[in-house]
Design a protein around this ligand. Structure first.
Ligand code: BES
Ligand code: ZN
Length: 459
């Protein structure tokens, strides 16, 4: 289905494409830490230059924080328009001493390229760039009109993207959208994702006495902020792992029997996952399978916790301060704003006298489901079969990609393809993040096939 010239270009340039991926991965474009702002700009420029090198021209748009790259191929009248989204920013690499090779010195071992951003999202996004290059670089005409929207704030919740979409709506309108920022269901089981969870993320800062106190001299007469925090956090979840915030489940749309049957038929290898995680048992909401719990049911997690003395040995104090980061993963129709209100009220109510609590909302994203019955979905199914040699399964992912809901809301577009080329065990956000070079290659072939399928049958 791929023209022979394009197919052979992809095969012949396999190594050159990997070399380019390695160059992209060398740029430490960490969005959350201000120290990396220069690298963020370098990464945006790198993306623009790559696209420009084979004729997809565009611009870098400044925002209040990190810039957006927007570029389009030369317009072909009558061909469908595909908007491709990716993010060039990455998560912080720490803990650094757990990396076998440094996070921004890409290293290839056993067929995987290891670096921060390898799978999330530089490697996956680059498959679209390389597929376009394989067509244009060979002098062929693109079968679709391509628009590239590449941002640098995904890992911090895309705070400036909504405004950007509103202001540049006309330039972003498309017949379909493609995003590869998730994963296959498991290695060798490619997937199309039709649902993502939303997010509601808080920081709690508890202030007790003005400074750390002698726990002998003052223990028993003041509230201990670490104890207060522990009590508050413990009350957020019931012993059966359900979220204890009153009203938390009110708007959750129950899973239909047919969807539960479909999710139950996915070939999940629980032993393999437990082994990868190094845990003896799965825990979670009663009455739901592992697949349901990790993609289609909401949850709450403590992401980090600090306070008091944690150095070597013993220090008898009552700490002055304690804090925690807490996030909730949401499903349709939970509204992050309503959940945020419930959370705030609950924490305020459960805070004891004698400490002050500051509740700060960090960022959020809406949960989303996309339409499964569109010509673009059929095109994606065929394209994945061409690239991976297997039909994809349909899954719901537990992570969040804020742009998906923003596209639905501001561009009125539901025709969104979430096509993960990575794997759940690629270590996104973890040390030793990696991306399989075979998956990179298969991803490029799938994307090129997608362009031709869409060109032939429409979106
Ligand atoms: N690539 C992930 C999203 C993802 C993870 C999709 C797992 C499917 C499965 C993305 O880069 C990410 O990490 N998103 C953040 C969003 C947040 C900052 C609003 C997330 O899910 O924590
Ligand atoms: Zn991420």
């Amino acid at each position: 289905m791929l023209p022979a010239s394009v197919s052979s270009y992809i095969d012949r340039n396999r190594q050159a494409f990997v070399d380019d991926l390695a160059k992209f991965l060398e740029i430490p474009s960490v969005s959350t830490l201000p120290d990396y702002d220069q690298d963020i700009h370098r990464a945006a420029q790198w993306v623009l230059d790559q696209l420009g090198s084979f004729g997809i021209e565009g611009r870098i748009y400044p925002t209040e924080r990190h810039p957006v790259v927007l570029a389009s191929s030369e317009h072909i009248p009558g061909a469908p328009v595909l908007l491709v989204y990716g993010h060039y920013d990455v998560q912080p690499p720490d803990p650094l001493d757990e990396w076998e090779t440094p996070p921004f010195s890409p290293s290839i071992r056993n067929g995987y390229i290891h670096a921060r951003g390898a799978t999330d999202d530089k490697g996956q996004f680059l498959t679209y760039v390389k597929a376009a290059q394989a067509i244009l670089g060979w002098g062929e005409k693109l079968p679709v009109n391509l628009k590239f929207l590449v941002e640098g704030e995904e890992e911090i919740g895309s705070p400036n993207l909504e405004k950007f979409l509103r202001e540049n709506r006309a330039e972003l309108l498309a017949d379909a959208v493609a995003i590869s920022d998730g994963a296959q269901f498991a290695p060798g089981i490619p997937a199309i994702t039709y649902g993502l969870r939303g997010l509601c993320y808080f920081q709690l800062d508890v202030q007790g006495p003005r400074f750390d106190l002698h726990s002998g001299g003052f223990g028993g007469i003041v509230e201990n902020p670490t104890q207060a925090l522990a009590n508050i956090l413990a009350a957020l979840k019931a012993p059966d792992h359900t979220v204890a915030l009153p009203g938390f489940y009110d708007d959750v749309v129950a899973l239909e029997k047919s969807e539960r049957e479909e999710l139950a038929s996915l070939p999940v290898d629980e032993n393999r996952i437990r082994e990868y995680l190094g845990v003896a048992e799965f825990t979670g909401e009663p009455g739901y399978s592992v697949v349901e719990r990790k993609g289609a049911r909401p949850t709450l997690d403590i992401n980090g916790i600090w306070g008091g003395f944690s150095g070597q040995g013993a220090k008898t104090i009552i700490p002055a301060k304690a804090g925690a980061k807490v996030s909730m993963r949401l499903v349709p129709d939970q509204d992050p704003a309503r959940i945020a209100r419930i959370f705030r009220e609950f924490v305020e109510k459960s805070s004891p006298a004698g400490v002050k609590i500051k509740i700060t909302e960090l960022h959020g994203a809406d949960p989303v489901l996309v339409s499964r019955h569109t010509p673009a979905m059929r095109a994606a199914e065929k394209a994945i079969e061409a690239g991976f040699g297997k039909k994809p399964v349909f899954i719901r992912e537990g992570g969040s990609i804020p742009v998906v809901n923003l596209i639905k809301k501001h561009l009125g577009q539901e025709n969104i393809l979430l096509l993960g080329w990575g794997c759940p065990d690629d270590g996104a956000h973890s040390p030793n993040e990696r991306f399989s070079l075979d998956d990179f290659h298969r991803g490029i072939r799938s994307v090129a096939s997608l362009f031709y399928e869409l060109g032939l049958h429409g979106a």
